[in-house]
Design a protein around this ligand. Structure first.
Ligand code: PR8
Length: 505
């Protein structure tokens, strides 16, 4: 992150004083829950994760439909900031749009490979009120079959290409695997799907690379490291020529597919007859890509950085970036006055700041704001004021006295530093979880709590055997790396091929 990110530029999410007051009302329920609960150890990842989402008020899993969660207002504020980054990264050359949720059965059923991939996961609307519908309507599990019939109408000539659109919508998948909040849901509430159309297969391939670069930048801004690999043929998106995926290594060593980009070739163009007139007058099929990210990005963010005291949020996405806690001893009025001035100064600099004047003890306030992942806490006490300083506590534990006059610069530096520390810590964790292995036995051991890099000749039969014997998934060939020759863990054939293997969420 550069200083300019922290230049406290005008922030549309910035809260007015009135909003902040209103917030303290909405947070009163939270406060009770936060004080009365302690998180399980992060080693018990599943329990820790579920507790954290509830206690920090990210999502509420008590909604009475399996696989569907409610965003708490606080979680939604994180989501807004996170998706703000996605929009910022896509908006320069994509147009945001919105398509209907319902897809008529006849359009949905046109693309055979696509149907095969999704038929078990589709929710259907079969009646309107008490009348059965003539044509069943699918709740989009993804929007190819809603968008591409419209592409057919929109695309006429080479001048219309490339076409790049995206939408951030809810999609529905009747997941049969174990559902988990944000990780595997039946209503994906925050499905960012981009769809692009190009004149040639090569242009589409370049777009897949661009998509992966944008996603990489996105995850870097969340300080979340990832792995990039090309999925094996049997695990590519239904209808795609190939799929590139980003996987995040979760605290228990399992991986989370946190984004994918698919080269669709002309599969859908053929089905939906999407052609354009080339410069020489010839009618040609377009080539397409699509790429998607869901609320899993927030699952990754929460899981990678959080600790036993709660969320740890990077500066850019924290709903509250700085909390001021007045230590009300001695001249209380003076302490409050300095605190209020500080708040004003921070707000004027577009920092999302709050002043906690509630009646709780300072310790309880620290605990509460740590749970919420606030990157920087400022403690304002009478002795500090005499010395012209405040105590700055960073969410990663660094604590120092900062002269009041240098505060804004110090905050910008500390926010940058926190970002660097979070990324480095997460990267070390990820790297520590990946190990090169040479045999199936070693792969079995390694995938019990991490990612194995396994020599694989690339043959599909060997791939299936690997998955069966290791009881883990092939994530695919690491992208942008080359390896020396080694014997395939199944057939012994020598090649430079490797695959990541892991237990996946
Ligand atoms: C596409 N079409 O659909 P994809 N819960 C949470 N996140 C999920 C779930 C789920 N049940 N299922 C998938 N995801 C293409 C690309 C338009 C956009 C997340 O691709 O099926 C995963 O991170 O690969 C997945 O990588 C991403 O949505 C895109 O879904």
């Amino acid at each position: 992150m550069t200083d300019s990110n922290l230049e406290f530029k005008t922030d549309p999410n910035k809260k007015s004083r009135a909003d902040s007051k209103a917030d303290s009302k909405t947070h009163s329920k939270t406060d009770t829950r936060i004080q009365s609960s302690k998180l399980p150890k992060k080693e018990d990842f599943s329990e820790w994760y579920h507790e954290l989402l509830m206690t920090a008020e990210v999502v509420d899993n008590r909604y009475p439909v399996k696989g569907m969660c409610v965003w708490f207002p606080f979680g939604f504020a994180i989501r807004k900031n996170v998706y703000g980054i996605i929009r910022e990264l896509l908006d320069p050359d994509h147009q945001e749009t919105q398509f209907p949720l319902l897809i008529p059965e006849n359009e949905f059923m046109k693309e055979a490979q696509h149907i095969k991939g999704f038929e078990d996961e589709v929710y259907w609307v079969t009646s309107g009120g008490t009348s059965p519908l003539d044509v069943k309507l699918a709740l989009r599990p993804t929007s190819e079959t809603a968008i591409y019939p419209m592409f057919k109408l929109w695309i006429r000539s080479h001048a219309d290409l490339p076409l790049r659109i995206y939408q951030i919508v809810n999609t529905f998948r009747y997941e049969t695997k174990h559902t988990r909040p944000l990780i595997r849901v039946r209503e994906i509430t925050s499905f960012k799907e981009a769809h692009t159309a190009h004149a040639t297969w090569e242009d589409a391939a370049a777009q897949v690379e661009t998509a992966i670069e944008r996603y990489s930048e996105f995850y870097r801004r969340l300080a979340v490291p990832f792995l990039v690999s090309r999925r094996p043929a049997w695990d590519k998106f239904p209808g795609a020529d190939y799929t590139i995926a980003l996987d995040v290594v979760m605290p228990d060593g399992r991986t989370l597919q946190a984004g994918t980009a698919h080269h669709l070739g002309s599969t859908f163009a053929r089905t939906y007859e999407i052609t354009y007139e080339a410069e020489n007058g010839e009618q040609k099929l377009i080539s397409q890509t699509c790429y998607g990210i869901s609320e899993r990005c927030i699952a990754a963010l929460v899981s990678v950085h959080g600790d036993e005291r709660g969320l740890v949020l990077p500066w850019e996405v924290a709903p509250t970036q700085v909390v001021i806690v007045p230590i009300l001893l001695g001249d209380k009025e003076k302490v409050l006055e300095v605190s209020r001035n500080l708040l004003e100064k921070l707000e004027a600099a577009c920092v999302r700041a709050r002043l906690d004047t509630s009646d709780e003890r300072p310790g309880a306030k620290f605990y509460k704001w740590e749970m919420k992942g606030v990157p920087i806490r400022l403690e304002v006490g009478p002795r500090d004021i005499e010395k012209g300083v405040v105590t700055l506590a960073r969410r990663d534990g660094v604590k120092k006295a900062v002269p009041l006059k240098d505060l804004l610069t110090a905050i910008a530096c500390e926010a940058n530093e926190l970002q660097a520390v979070l990324y480095e810590r997460a990267k070390q964790f990820r790297d520590g979880k990946i190990k090169e292995v040479t045999s199936i036995d070693e792969a079995i051991e390694q995938t019990e709590g991490g990612v194995a890099l396994v020599p694989w000749c690339g043959n599909e039969e060997c791939g299936h055997e690997l998955e069966d014997r290791v009881a883990a998934n092939i994530l695919g060939e690491p992208q942008g790396q080359s390896f020396p020759e080694a014997a395939c863990a199944v057939c012994g054939r020598v090649s430079t091929g490797r695959t990541y293997m892991a237990r996946q969420y």
